[in-house]
Write a protein that binds this ligand. Sequence first.
Ligand SMILES: NC(=O)c1ccc[n+]([C@@H]2O[C@H](COP(=O)([O-])OP(=O)(O)OC[C@H]3O[C@@H](n4cnc5c(N)ncnc54)[C@H](OP(=O)(O)O)[C@@H]3O)[C@@H](O)[C@H]2O)c1
Length: 250
Amino acid sequence: MKALVTGGTGGIGLAMSDSLAKRGYDLLIVSRKEGSIEELRKKYPDRKIDFASYDLSDEKECFRLLDETRDMDFDIFVNNAGFGDIGKLTETDTNKEIKMIKLNDIATVILVKNFLRRFIAKGKGRVLTVASAAAFGPAPYMTVYYSTKTFVYYLAHGYYRELKDYKSKVTISVLCPGPVKTDFENKANCHFTIGSLYPEKVGELAIKKTLKGKLTIVPGFKIKLAHLFSHFVPKKFISKVLNKSAEIGK
Ligand SMILES: NC(=O)c1ccc[n+]([C@@H]2O[C@H](COP(=O)([O-])OP(=O)(O)OC[C@H]3O[C@@H](n4cnc5c(N)ncnc54)[C@H](OP(=O)(O)O)[C@@H]3O)[C@@H](O)[C@H]2O)c1
């Protein structure tokens, strides 16, 4: 059994890689820098854990990844690499946001769609893509990040229904965590004001549910409740509630 995990060198991706290795999967982990996967290799000496460096915010790199893995046989594809940003719309760096859209959304379309096609052709396979509870409603000061995650959430739901139409055994899942203790806050220059979960808990749940073919994976009771309410509450009200969910600065 073999899985490809993007952004598997840290945070939630590393935790999901650990959960996969624990279940007997060999891994190809992709990100820009090798990070802490040496620890994973030491923990699971019987697993084959490879690393390959790609900057997935560049669509050419996404196509290179597809080309270079064309002859590899994966059972699971985990699309996890992503980042966020916070700030006033009068001050945020538009180039950083463009890079965010490219990684969180453009790379997601290229990679998720391609792996679904591969899996449909062979009649099996599972795709897990990482959105966020950010997909449940708009938040001021993190508007672009929240919008990128809404895109991922909708993409997964649309492809899920299409796979059902094809009567395919291939599954797609979307992970929607609230705050998780990773390097995310540091990179987004933000500080969550609501409680964070540990990545190990989120990663384990994500893999367990993905292997059952569950579409939407929402860790934690409070975030599950937020998910439920988001279906009924006007977006204008949600944006008011979320106004103070993260502060600018680490
Ligand atoms: N932490 C949270 O509170 C939270 C909540 C909901 C959803 N999420 C989502 O969860 C996912 C993982 O985030 P995390 O919290 O685990 O953050 P993290 O600890 O910063 O990990 C991000 C991973 O993505 C990789 N990555 C970043 N930019 C990349 C690029 N251009 N090309 C390839 N790989 C890249 C990083 O490695 P390199 O830097 O070496 O490339 C790292 O392995 C993201 O999609 C994030 O939006 C996070």
